[in-house]
Design a binder for this molecule. Structure first.
Ligand code: NAP
Length: 281
């Protein structure tokens, strides 16, 4: 039986640590503030944005909301970001993705000041991660490192296999594991014999984006399994990229879905906001 890695509990620990820090900063007259931009009213985005605002409220971070209509032009959005970049009271800028099709996401990501890039998506933030300089790190991969460390799992010297090479999960995840001195293999849709590669992993991080794809045949006995996926199954229940019931008896540690990686993303976003204030205000 695997030990469950409790993302709910660990994310609460992080949020409580941040709350104490923010309270202390307030006593010193320092306030932390996040601008949250949503364009259009995609229901999933509205849920994510709502959860981010709730987390800000819990910790004591001010949040300023911009709910823009679907037909907002790219230039209008860029103008708003330019204004927020110059606003000394705003420490972090979050523009909820995906954006409507008529807006170029890369242009928008590039327009956010790297000093306020709390999502860690700006090329400067990504470049800093590659060359080992300080900078904001994409929240989901940063949250996974916290899950591993706070569960007492050693990373240095371990064989880590990451399935997925997206810009927001797979690539930064691999770089962070490398920074922690793991030996890292990155898999993608052209990888030959995925099963054999995964079987070598001491730590298997699954961000393949396919519901319940990874079964026990991919997992070495005693491996640590981190499931990044979030999907709804045929009964509308949340599930991950891993067949939990099959893999759990083989693994030494495993993250459940829900309650594993998911809650960590917002906790790390909050952490990036507080760091932005500490470093740049
Ligand atoms: P994505 O952009 O769809 O990337 C999926 C990756 O998996 C791609 O690199 C793809 O390879 C690779 N892949 C697809 N089929 C494969 C196969 N048969 N064998 C090996 N590799 C394969 O997804 P993402 O944005 O990284 O997200 C991954 C999952 O995490 C999704 O379920 C998403 O919902 C979830 N997610 C969760 C959170 C959270 O907070 N918990 C945050 C972000 C994402 P190619 O590059 O070759 O196409």
């Amino acid at each position: 039986m695997a030990n469950l890695i409790d993302g709910k509990k660990i994310s609460k620990e992080i949020k409580d640590e941040l709350k104490a820090k923010v309270e202390q900063y307030k006593k010193e007259g320092k306030e932390c503030s996040l601008a949250v931009i949503q364009v259009g009213n995609d229901p999933a985005s509205s849920v994510y944005v709502g959860n981010k605002k709730k987390a800000c409220e819990y910790i004591g971070i001010g949040s300023v909301s911009y709910e823009l209509p679907e037909e907002t032009t790219e230039q209008e959005l860029l103008d708003l970001i330019a204004k927020l970049n110059n606003d000394k009271k705003i420490n972090g800028i979050l523009c909820q993705l995906p954006l409507p099709k008529h807006i170029d996401e890369d242009k928008v990501i590039n327009s956010i000041s790297p000093e306020k890039d709390v999502d860690g998506f700006h090329p400067q933030s990504v470049g800093s991660l590659v060359i080992g300089q300080p900078g904001f790190v994409s929240c989901t991969p940063a949250g996974i490192i916290e899950l591993l460390k706070r569960s007492g799992i050693e990373i240095a010297g371990k064989n880590c296999v990451v399935i997925g090479r997206s810009n927001i999960v797979g690539k930064p995840m691999s770089l962070l594991m490398l920074r922690e001195n793991a030996t890292v293999t990155i898999c993608h849709s052209k990888t030959k014999d995925l099963q054999a590669v995964c079987k070598q992993a001491d730590i298997l991080i699954v961000a393949i984006g396919k519901p319940q794809y990874i079964g026990a045949e991919y997992v070495k006995d005693g491996a640590v399994v981190i499931d990044v996926g979030i999907h709804r199954d045929e009964n509308n229940k949340l599930c991950g990229d891993v067949k939990f019931d099959e893999v759990e008896p083989v693994a030494s540690y495993i993250t459940p879905v829900p309650g594993g990686v998911g809650p960590m993303t917002i906790a790390m976003l909050m952490n990036n906001c507080v760091s932005a204030m500490e470093l740049f205000s």
